[in-house]
Design a protein around this ligand. Structure first.
Ligand SMILES: [Zn+2]
Length: 475
């Protein structure tokens, strides 16, 4: 173990600790800084330094395409991406990147000290080895899906593509509901020759896998892009919400060769395990299904794995996933079933449950706020739903105002919360300037509105302020 120093292209000296057997990735070996706050990663390939494409790509990724230097939202993006902070050209080509926060390493159990790659959590077999405290509840996986969609949406908005989005390149912390996208230096940058990356088995889009036999520069060969990221993103979300792979089912595509079977089953012949009409790849006893995740997500999965599986331009964009997940987040309800593996479920439809994970029903009627926005004076149209519970549910600007989205720039100050008091459901005002009771009187901060069936009230009288209509769903 000895302290070394390297130099970045912009002339900074960067220290690192050389060890005999550093952690290795497919393309790089990684050393920590003396204080372990950052890492340096050197490319294995000695030719990498001479590759002008790679230099140009790295310069673009650190420079004009870098979301973490955004003056308004940079700090937010630093939590969602492990974005490189420098390019080393001495002693050899490498990148400098922040070290992952401690929450992304297993704290206990047989994998103590290892990085929390997504595959440990999405595979039922690997999951069974994890200590309970590391597994997290279902709502945390839901939040992880929102964060991954947001990160990919940000890349795509800038014209970038990740190219190798997979359970290996997204670290997740289910005990806290956090995720970080890693391996940013192989991004596909607009106008530059793509990196020599195929992807990770299980996440490679069918059209990429189906053309790997063609030469790299053949015009029919399909390379990683935002469209192929959209496939990988849908696979990740499906795995984290349902703990199974969307294409790996019982169907045998080639009895003669396991390799051929995998190649066809994830490529040219891939079939969604939940395909509504072609049930050839459907496992027996498939529960829960995408229909249990509410209409928004059922639609997005249908477009990803039925309509868009072999038609890339029909796949939903990352921004649609982000919006659909955020809308569905507002439908989550705690499950009190004593054996429930999930502890949360999506409450949609006209009755409250049962929970698709364990079959338990909420003990009493569940209030849902039907939110409406004013499209012209006096005309209010349904716009969103908020399932109410008293397990820490807050009210935020994006519930109150129809034109606010809870993205990277949103103000996350809680404006109110829900509580059950002597059999009544209350919305307690904490910071709403013009909350109004159903009878039309002001409800100042510190006071509460009681939720009564059909008794509509204004959350705000500001422009875009919503109307809330309480609806009670029978259990
Ligand atoms: Zn349950």
């Amino acid at each position: 173990m000895s302290k070394r120093s390297g130099q970045t292209k912009d002339g900074r000296t960067v220290e690192y600790v050389e060890v005999p057997d550093p952690p290795m990735g497919g393309m790089k070996k990684v050393y920590f800084s003396p204080d372990r706050s950052y890492v340096v990663a050197f490319f294995h390939d000695p030719q990498a330094a001479a590759d002008a494409n790679r230099h140009a790509r790295l310069d673009a990724v650190l420079g004009r395409f870098n979301p973490t230097t955004d003056p308004e939202a940079g700090e937010y993006w630093k939590k969602l991406f492990c974005w490189p902070t420098g390019v080393l050209n001495r002693p050899t080509l490498g990148v400098v990147a922040p070290a992952y926060p401690p929450g992304y390493f297993f704290e206990t159990g047989p994998f103590k000290g290892k990085e929390k790659k997504g595959k440990w959590f999405s595979s039922p077999k690997l999951r069974s080895y994890l200590p309970e405290a590391e597994r997290g509840d279902w709502r945390n996986y839901f939040q992880i899906c929102i964060l991954i969609s947001r990160a990919v949406r940000r890349l795509h908005q800038a014209g970038l593509a990740h190219s190798d989005l997979s359970c290996n390149n997204v670290l997740i912390d289910p005990s806290r509901g956090l995720s970080v996208v890693i391996d940013i230096d192989s991004l596909v940058v607009p106008g530059m020759f793509p990196p020599d990356v195929l992807g990770t088995p299980g996440y490679i889009a069918p059209e990429v896998l189906g053309t790997t036999h063609l030469p790299v520069r053949d015009p029919k060969r399909v390379h990683p892009s935002a469209r192929t990221d959209q496939h990988a993103l849908a696979v990740l979300i499906y795995e984290y919400l349902l703990f199974r792979h969307p294409l790996r089912g019982p169907k045998i595509y080639s009895a003669a060769s396991a390799e051929e079977d995998e190649h066809l089953g994830l490529g040219a012949k891939a079939t969604f395990v939940e395909h509504p009409t072609d049930r050839s790849n459907r496992p027996p006893d498939l529960r829960p299904t995408v229909a249990d995740l509410g209409p928004q997500l059922a639609d997005l999965f249908g477009r990803s794995f039925v309509a868009g599986l072999h038609a890339p331009d029909k796949r939903p964009g990352a921004i649609e996933w982000e919006r659909g997940l955020v809308k569905t987040w507002d439908l989550l309800h705690p499950c009190l079933g004593p054996k429930c593996p999930s502890k949360w479920f999506v409450l949609h439809g006209t009755t409250a449950g049962p929970c698709p994970f364990c079959g338990a029903k909420p003990p009493g009627p569940v209030p849902v706020l039907r939110l409406r926005k004013e499209v012209r004076p006096g005309q209010w149209l349904p716009d969103a739903n908020l399932v109410v519970h008293d397990a820490g549910l807050g009210l935020f600007d994006w519930h109150v105002l129809a034109n606010v989205f809870p993205g990277e720039r949103a103000d996350r100050t809680r404006r109110g919360y829900f509580a059950r008091h002597q059999g009544k459901w209350l919305l307690v005002n904490e910071g709403l300037a013009s909350l109004t009771s159903p009878a039309g009187s002001p409800v100042p901060p510190g006071a509460a509105v009681e939720l009564k069936p059909g008794a509509a009230f204004r959350l705000s009288k500001e422009p875009n302020g919503r109307l809330a209509v309480p609806d009670f769903l029978p259990g």
